[in-house]
Design a protein around this ligand. Structure first.
Ligand code: DAH
Length: 341
């Protein structure tokens, strides 16, 4: 074992070790248990006493110089590796962030909220009611004759003999009057169910908004004024409304309500919205039939009169946005939905 060459070769190996892992291998080779220098140091004891001192001094100097060089090189490599890691991991806070997709309400929900907003502005209070209701509230208390055709199981989803998926939001008229005395200004939105064959204007599940007003001295004029305000908010400031006689079991008189067409000059030329009629049917309405007050407490038909209406939210959304088929609103094809985001 030649201390000079161990030292010079060792220092050389330390100097060129490319990283801390390689340096650790060099350290083991130079100063590990089986390293020639270490073995030589261990064998010092077996040398003649007069040789031990000088030989030990040389070997220890070599060891110290190697240790010092290893430590220095290690600090150097660690610093370089840290620099490197920091450079690689650096976060550039000026880069644009990952875009978070924001959701938005479905067109049906958007349209419904917009309508409710108009009604709130007119003084109506919003109520929420169950989609499953009694036959009593869905039909009987709304003055449907026992033989009324929509009661049939071919038209209505029955849960059991006394319970249905509501076919309209009108049972909320009964719920409201059962839960509070007059006067009432109530609006509600919710899903309704009918065993209709789906087509461009019908789906088995749909969304309705119902309004009910009961107060002293209400007349058809108040109903018309209310619906005119609604029509102008939703379809444009210069709309008119028209009431046509109709029949509903729970209103007397009953009307269908048309809004003047918002899409054409109303001169009879072809129009995809009104078909050249100049008017578009938007809802059903009427004066609350006094017979309904007989199904609830505290509503004296001599003191109170009321009006009510019901409208399809899908229909109104489809009309306003020229969606030709309301089934599309339930298919949730994002190519359509995202146009309303
Ligand atoms: N419930 C009716 C329907 O679903 C809509 C309706 C008509 C509601 C007249 C009313 C009303 O409150 O007065 O066809």
């Amino acid at each position: 074992m030649n201390p000079d060459s161990v030292q010079s070769e060792g220092l050389q190996a330390i100097a060129v070790a490319p990283d801390t892992a390689a340096l650790e291998q060099v350290r083991i080779a130079l100063l590990g248990r089986k390293a020639p220098l270490v073995l030589a140091l261990r064998e010092l004891g077996s040398l003649p006493p007069e040789d031990r001192g000088p030989r030990g001094k040389v070997l220890n100097q070599v060891r110290q110089s190697l240790e010092a060089a290893l430590d220095a090189r290690e600090s150097e490599l660690e610093a370089a590796e840290l620099d490197d890691r920091l450079r690689r991991d650096r976060i550039d806070v000026t880069l644009p962030g990952a875009r978070v997709e924001r959701g938005f309400a479905h067109l049906i929900e958007q349209t419904g909220r917009e309508i409710l907003e108009v009604l709130v502005g007119l003084g109506y209070r919003i109520s929420d009611g169950p989609e499953v209701d009694t036959v009593y509230r869905n039909f009987d208390a709304l003055n449907h004759a026992p033989t009324h055709p929509t009661r049939q199981a071919t038209d209505t989803y029955y849960i059991d003999e006394h319970t249905v998926l509501r076919t309209h939001t009108s049972p909320m008229q009964i719920r409201t009057m059962q839960s509070q005395p007059p006067p009432v200004y109530m609006a509600t939105m919710g899903r309704c169910y009918r065993r209709d064959t789906p087509d461009a204007t019908h789906t088995a599940m749909f969304t309705q908004i119902e309004g009910l007003a009961v107060d002293r001295g209400l007349s058809l004029a108040h109903l018309k004024g209310t619906l005119l305000a609604f029509a102008r908010e939703m379809f444009g400031a210069d709309r008119e409304v028209r009431l046509r006689p109709h029949f509903f079991p729970f209103t007397e008189p009953s009307v269908e309500v048309d809004v003047s067409c918002f899409n054409c000059a109303r001169d009879g030329s072809p129009c995809r919205v009104c078909k050249g009629e100049g008017w578009v049917e938007v809802l059903g309405a009427g004066m609350v039939d006094p017979a309904l007050f007989g199904y609830v407490e505290g509503y004296d038909p001599e003191l109170w009169t009321g009006y009510a209406w019901g409208m399809g939210v899908e229909r109104i959304a489809a009309l306003r946005h020229a969606v030709p088929d309301i089934r599309w609103l339930w298919e949730n094809d994002l190519r359509l939905m995202e146009q309303f985001g």
